[in-house]
Write a protein that binds this ligand. Structure first.
Ligand SMILES: NC(=O)c1ccc[n+]([C@@H]2O[C@H](COP(=O)([O-])OP(=O)(O)OC[C@H]3O[C@@H](n4cnc5c(N)ncnc54)[C@H](OP(=O)(O)O)[C@@H]3O)[C@@H](O)[C@H]2O)c1
Length: 389
């Protein structure tokens, strides 16, 4: 049986069970009928206008190859916003399992606890903490039924925030540092968006390997405190894009690196400032793009290709997951957990069980509106409370 067929059967069973359970529950307690809540939307659009909180019944027992999970924390990443906008290449499947009508549940990443196991599930137990092994499964919810093959166990010792944010940003940082250039202790890399969650992971993982980092951020009022924070994480030099106007900067960088060529550049911003940053690269360098936060294209001087032999790549952690086995994924999570990386600066947005959907909707829309304005500086994680049954 194909994975798509199993998924379809799981969804149909969930809908049928939910309908039956819904009917049964209408004769019992109203709170059980509305035990769960998810952040949903019906078609792509502006997240601050369309994201809608929706209550739904408690989950029916899982089908043989599925598990029921309770979400502990689910981050709101920039890519999640792009998915809701409908501009991200990886699309969620329309979902009918919650209330029987088609909608989408937001969220790609999250830490959950297994609460019930299907009869054929091997290798998972009630109480295991898991993250998502599949893409766009809809993690902005209090509880979901998922295919067992779509979840991956995480090491016990990892914190809730660490676990909730382990599938996207730390692996992206780790793989970009390791997959393109063989960097040795004392080597340098340069990156933009250095205060992003990925950027902060790059700084820490690089520092653990004895690598030096040249980090660019946007200027801001509290620049000195941001610099202190990044320095504490292990950043070697921190500059703003405004510093790129300084004609003597190239010489300063040469002094810092003692003339050592910089061979890896990580880009999540794009646009002119990124072009300007390439002048710090040495011969045979690799420019790895993984985001486009400025929404501007990246243009590069032809001379960099001809005379410096620059190579450009794109990196997508989703592609990495598709190409790797469950063992490889778990291995990477173990390596990352062992590094004891500092959690991203974060803010937990609790959606309490005792507020109504309209109030919950307003809280979420307000949060995504603020995120859209930039310079928020903190990863927002949703904690969507489940009503006790
Ligand atoms: N390819 C992949 O596999 C992959 C994996 C993970 C993440 N990503 C991408 O990496 C990027 C960062 O993700 P994240 O979760 O680390 O994000 P995050 O923690 O929310 O940080 C966003 C970063 O983008 C910067 N930024 C926002 N708008 C900007 C603009 N107009 N010009 C310059 N900088 C801007 C922010 O700077 P301020 O603080 O100044 O606002 C901040 O440094 C996103 O594009 C995300 O989609 C890609």
């Amino acid at each position: 049986m194909t994975r798509a067929t199993i998924a379809r059967i799981v969804r149909m069973k969930a809908i049928n069970c939910a309908k039956i359970a819904g009917i049964r529950r209408s004769f019992s307690v109203a709170s059980i009928l509305n035990a769960n809540r998810a952040i949903t939307y019906r078609s792509p659009g502006d997240p601050a206008s369309i994201l809608t909180a929706l209550t739904y019944p408690s989950l029916p027992p899982p089908a043989p190859h599925s598990v029921n999970v309770r979400f502990i924390l689910s981050p709101v990443n920039p890519a999640d916003i792009n998915v809701v906008e409908g501009v991200y290449p990886s699309k969620p499947s329309p979902d009918q399992s919650l209330i029987g009508t088609t909608l989408f549940v937001g969220g790609n990443e999250g830490l959950a606890e297994v609460t019930e196991i299907g009869s054929e599930v091997i290798g998972l137990q009630k109480g295991d903490r898991v993250v998502m092994g599949g893409q766009q499964l809809g993690t902005w919810a209090s509880a979901r039924t998922l295919l067992a093959e779509d979840v991956v166990k995480v090491p016990e010792e990892i914190s809730e925030v660490g676990g909730a944010t382990i599938t996207v940003n730390p692996p992206t940082a780790y793989n970009m540092i390791h997959d393109f250039v063989d960097l040795k202790e004392g080597d340098w890399l340069v990156q933009n968006g250095a205060n992003s969650a990925v950027g902060q992971m790059v700084i820490q993982i690089a520092a653990r390997k004895g690598l030096k980092t040249l980090n660019f951020v946007r200027s801001r009022d509290d620049l000195e405190s941001l610099k202190r924070h990044l320095t504490n994480l292990g950043a070697t030099q921190i500059l703003t894009y405004d510093d790129l106007q300084d004609k003597t900067l190239r010489e300063k960088v040469k002094e810092w690196t003692a003339g050592k060529p910089i061979r890896l550049m990580l880009n999540c911003v794009g646009g002119r400032d990124t072009t300007a940053m390439t002048r710090f690269l040495g011969e045979d360098a690799h420019l790895v793009s993984y985001g486009a936060m400025s929404k501007q294209p990246l243009s590069l001087p032809t001379s960099a290709f001809i005379f410096k032999n620059l190579t450009c790549h794109g990196f997508w952690q989703s592609r990495w997951y598709k190409q790797r086995t469950r063992e490889e994924r778990e291995g990477l999570f173990k390596r990352l957990a062992a590094m004891k990386l500092q959690e991203p600066e974060h803010e937990i947005l609790t959606i309490p069980a005792d507020i109504n959907d309209d109030a919950a909707t307003e809280r979420v829309r307000d949060a995504v509106r603020k995120l859209g304005q930039g310079q928020h500086g903190k990863k927002v994680l949703l904690k969507i409370e489940q009503l006790a049954e």
